[in-house]
Ligand binder design. Structure first.
Ligand code: J2J
Length: 528
């Protein structure tokens, strides 16, 4: 078995409670096209699609994918920047019964090779060139049978996206197994190589639908996709999918600049969008300078890393919009502050669980519950939180409790109201303004550098990003520079956001009482 699903009893409970509806995404899109047909579903630059047009485009792409040999059950790695093609292809794969694997545009050869191999991908979808990077060159060296290029396919014999869309449309819902695999998300990771998160139609549809309800989405809503569209937050919390559930309009931002965002908010009368904490000061600055009309914007979601309380307090008064803090994870559990919460809660907590069926435990290092208000690791179980990673049996044995709770690795405090405060983390991960870096993954690469005998990657506090990666190295001879390490890691095909931004040579590593590298002590010893 590739991944452990929910035990029968829990699945039955989630169905009986109406959380799981038995709908697949292929069927959902067909239903939305019937219900919302002439309404605008998607806006990308000058191009617009009604729900009926989106459904037809998806049908053509589905037929095109089948023609090049993609079959039901196949995994297909999607690595596309924000654009309508991601939306259309994602649903075309659903209609076919194939499984999109969400990669990020920033990923490079090391990450994509791993994703392709781990998922056994039958195809890989890329742009031609984006942000000055030629994805076709990356694709040319990969062990994958089919490559689809949005744009110019180049000289490699790849398939052009435009060629796919030329086929006669396949209509209908597609395969009907809602408890089957619908997509694979990439985990932020803590150990070794990144893990894949299996999400089913039942659980992911609930994730998006319940999020849309909590955020008050209606057919009049317009969601602006600013963060990467493949990110769980942007895609389904409530994001693109939640907006479609409500019959609203999705507007694509081609880049994360506040200038672009403000233009689109004004032009399309956007009502809701989501950003990460590092963008908040840019929004405040640009808003003060340009005084855009944000009167349509009802809700500004901020999440993926800790938002400082003082910034949170400034959002409402400065921008005239309601803030919502979101503490979520691709593994499942989502926490939102609510419309009815007092400002104090909205500005100082990271929300409370989405579902009445989300089970929360805050525990000490022996998995014993701690009282409300005290700090402990958050464990969780529920109708949209995974029970095991994809093809990772060994890792699953320790990443979950025996009774199926996922160990988030986050340190939280729970208030009597049920709201959570994220105060730290026990997992070996760096959160660079929302971008997750698994320390051991990078350390593995650093150890391959000539003369490096020991490597420890840690997060150093940073006013702009929350934290930035710093590498502590034990070296034979001189330590390499930041630039030398960057060149080395680039050659090894690692995504640049993971590169250490500072190198510290150390003679030896301080150890914790249990004999692990004491990264806290290393960071504490940094001179500014
Ligand atoms: C502190 N840490 C946070 C927050 C996430 C919505 C929002 C975010 C993600 C996401 C997501 C945080 N304050 N507000 O998928 O749908 C850290 C925690 C968490 C990890 C998950 C969504 N919001 N975090 O960020 O899978 O450490 O998902 O466990 O990328 O981000 O990262 P990821």
């Amino acid at each position: 078995m590739d991944w452990p699903g929910w035990p029968q009893q829990d699945a039955a409970r989630y169905r009986a409670a109406g959380y799981w509806t038995g709908d697949t995404f292929g069927g959902l899109l067909a239903g939305w096209a019937r219900r919302y047909g002439p309404r605008t579903a998607l806006v990308d630059g000058p191009r617009r699609w009604t729900y009926a047009e989106l459904d037809a485009e998806v049908g053509r792409l589905c037929a095109g994918l089948r023609r090049i040999g993609v079959k039901p059950g196949d995994r297909v790695v999607l690595q596309l920047p924000n654009g309508a093609a991601f939306v259309c292809l994602w649903f075309a794969l659903q209609r076919l019964g194939a499984v999109p694997v969400h990669a990020m545009p920033a990923h490079r050869r090391a990450e994509i090779t791993h994703l392709v191999e781990l998922s056994g991908a039958a195809a890989y979808v890329i742009p031609d060139v984006h942000a000055r990077f030629d994805y076709r060159e990356l694709a040319a060296g990969l062990p994958v049978e089919r490559v689809v290029v949005v744009g110019d396919p180049g000289p490699y014999g790849f398939t052009a996206y435009d060629e796919l869309a030329g086929a006669a449309p396949e209509t209908g819902a597609g395969p009907a197994n809602a408890s089957g695999l619908a997509l694979l998300l990439l985990s932020g990771g803590t150990t070794g190589l990144p893990k894949l998160i299996p999400r089913t139609h039942d659980d992911y549809a609930y994730n998006a639908r319940a999020s849309a309800e909590v955020c008050g989405l209606t057919a009049e809503s317009a969601y602006l996709a600013i963060l990467p569209i493949a990110f769980n937050f942007t895609w389904a919390c409530p994001g693109v999918l939640g907006t479609f559930f409500a019959g609203g309009k999705v507007v694509i931002a081609p880049n994360p600049s506040p200038v672009t965002a403000f233009e689109l908010i004004e032009r399309e009368r956007v009502t809701i969008t989501a950003i990460n904490p590092p963008l908040v000061p840019y929004w405040l600055e640009e808003h003060a300078a340009a005084k855009p009309d944000l009167s349509s914007l009802r809700l500004l979601q901020v999440g993926s890393a800790r938002l400082a309380d003082d910034l949170a307090w400034r959002v409402g008064p400065a921008l005239g919009v309601r803030l919502q803090q979101v503490y979520g994870m691709a593994e499942g559990l989502l926490n939102y502050t609510r419309d009815e919460d007092p400002d104090e809660i909205v500005c100082t907590t990271q929300g409370r669980p989405l579902s009445p069926a989300d089970e929360i435990r805050v525990v000490d290092e022996h998995d014993r519950p701690v009282p409300d208000g005290e700090t402990g690791e958050l464990l969780t179980r529920g109708p949209y939180t995974l029970r095991g990673y994809y093809r990772a049996a060994e890792h699953n044995a320790t990443a979950f409790t025996p009774d199926g709770f996922y160990r988030t690795g986050d340190l939280v405090r729970r208030l009597p109201s049920g709201h959570l405060n994220v105060v730290g983390r026990v997992k070996d991960q760096i959160n660079r303004g929302g971008e997750k870096i698994a320390a051991t993954e990078v350390e593995g690469h650093l150890l391959a550098y000539p003369g490096v005998k020991g490597a420890a990657l840690a997060g150093m506090p940073d006013p702009e990003w929350g934290e930035r990666p710093v590498a502590f190295l034990v070296c034979e001879g001189d330590a390499p520079s930041v630039k030398e390490i960057a060149g080395f890691l680039r050659d090894r095909g690692l995504a640049p956001y993971k590169f250490p931004e500072r190198i510290e040579a150390v003679a030896a590593f301080p150890l914790t009482p249990v004999g692990k590298i004491d990264k806290k002590a290393l960071v504490a010893g940094l001179h500014p």
